[in-house]
Design a protein around this ligand. Structure first.
Ligand code: MN3
Length: 210
């Protein structure tokens, strides 16, 4: 059985950028439901999971759409929580250098990331990933995840489903994505992911089932 990981901070820790109500609903209801559904689908199929990443790969390869959608959403949300912090600090060191190399500046990355997140039609996720030796920005639809794409390390992730921001920002997705980028993004976590992608440390993986 997979368990819903606790948030890495208090439900009120991101206020006013993200309200306690939004976090309680998003983590305690939406994310929990994806965990519960994943466990149910696995139990119904008589399958014992070794890791969430293996479940996602298997569901994708086997066209098990419901299991894929739910298990990928479990991973994406757990990673998304890690990608935010109540103690914002701008990128530094090797991450800042990689941003400058790929985009020219943090401001240029912001412009690209916000455009990707805002321009993404309907539900999905805006990502910064490390691929082929460089950072890049992309978005995925619905539950689609970069967690299991070969050769890719997720660096930073923003949920652009309406449930992520509607209570706090109504239909203003742009303000939400800008606030995420400028005030919530956990660049320390992103830097650890980048270092791990280059062989220094371990990339994030979802907690093992119990
Ligand atoms: Mn969500």
């Amino acid at each position: 059985m997979f368990e819903l990981p606790p948030l890495p901070y208090d439900y009120t820790a991101l206020e006013p950028k993200i309200s306690e109500t939004t976090l309680r609903t998003h983590h305690g209801k939406h994310h929990k439901a994806y965990v519960d559904n994943t466990n149910k689908f696995l139990a119904d199929a008589g399958e014992t999971a070794t890791s969430l990443e293996a479940v996602i790969r298997d569901a994708s390869a086997g066209s098990k759409t419901k299991l894929f959608n739910n298990s990928a959403q479990v991973w994406n949300h757990a990673f998304f929580w890690e990608c935010m912090t109540p103690s914002y600090a701008a990128p530094s060191g090797e991450l800042a250098a990689a941003i400058d190399a790929a985009f020219g500046s943090l401001a240029a990355l912001k412009e690209k990331f916000v455009a990707e997140g805002v321009g993404h039609f309907a539900s999905g996720w805006a990502w910064i990933v490390y691929e082929d030796g460089a950072l890049r920005v992309l978005s995925t639809h619905d539950a689609a995840t970069e967690a299991t794409r070969p050769g890719v390390t997720p660096i930073l992730l923003c949920d652009v489903w309406e449930h992520a921001y509607y209570l706090d920002y109504k239909n203003d997705r742009k303000s939400f994505v800008e606030t995420f980028f400028d005030g919530l993004a956990n660049w320390d976590f992103a830097a650890k992911q980048l270092a791990a992608a280059k062989g220094q440390g371990t990339v994030y993986s979802f907690p093992a089932p119990k």
